[in-house]
Design a protein around this ligand. Structure first.
Ligand SMILES: [Ca+2]
Length: 219
């Protein structure tokens, strides 16, 4: 009978191959949202399985080739992102009257500097062909930050405990309450803001929708 640990190890190898393939797909498609979503999910599965392997073999975590490949995973954790059924894109909606802060995490931290940027997203013309919409949407997402004129904010992230020096670090992004309502692209980057080029694309990006707030008339 095949041991459970052996099955888990086989699954880790299979998932690692799939993960490597999807990493290549993300690179070749310059960050297609479906590929990014697949990468995030495979990465999360691998992290869980690695934990099982380590527990079963009684060993402590040691970096491996796929662990290095998965370093500096970044996520917004609060509000919890939803995923578009149509494009697979991770989405966050915020009403700035209710909250201005986004909470996030870095997992498998290797980098020492992290940053984020928010880019205005060009409106995408609605087309009768659903596939064309997705292609146009993906292009708009990928190109939103490639044009420096669209970049609204580009800043370093600060670790919640003051230093990015542990494997897991929490961070917060405080949104400007004056940010006009509309659709934006939020990118998280494992490099300093000063080192970002407009064309630098991110594995970790979200559609950020700022709700239209009806302001009371001045008295
Ligand atoms: Ca720390």
């Amino acid at each position: 009978m095949v041991r459970k640990e052996t099955l888990v190890q086989v699954a880790v190898v299979a998932l690692s191959i799939a993960f490597a393939a999807v990493c290549v797909a993300v690179y070749l498609t310059r960050g297609n949202v479906r590929c990014i979503r697949a990468k995030l999910r495979l990465g999360a599965l691998l992290l869980n399985l690695n934990g099982l392997v380590a527990a079963a073999s009684g060993c402590i975590f040691t970096p491996t080739c796929y662990a290095v490949a998965m370093s500096d995973q970044m996520q917004i954790t609060d509000p919890v992102p939803t995923y578009s059924n149509e494009t697979g894109e991770a989405e966050i909606a915020v009403n700035l009257d209710e909250r201005t802060e986004l909470q996030g995490m870095v997992y498998e931290r290797q980098a020492e500097h992290f940053s984020y940027r928010i880019c205005a997203r060009p409106a995408v013309a609605v087309d009768a062909e659903p596939d064309t919409d997705i292609a146009a949407e993906t292009a708009a997402v990928n190109d939103a930050c490639a044009d420096a004129a669209n970049i609204v904010v580009q800043e370093d992230l600060v670790a919640a405990d003051g230093a990015f020096d542990q494997y897991e670090e929490a961070f917060a992004i405080v949104l400007d309450q004056a940010l006009p309502a509309g659709d934006y692209t939020l990118q998280l980057h494992p490099v300093a803001a000063a080192d970002l080029q407009p064309a630098t694309w991110s594995h970790y990006q979200y559609r950020l929708t700022i709700a239209d707030i009806v302001k009371p008339l001045p008295k």
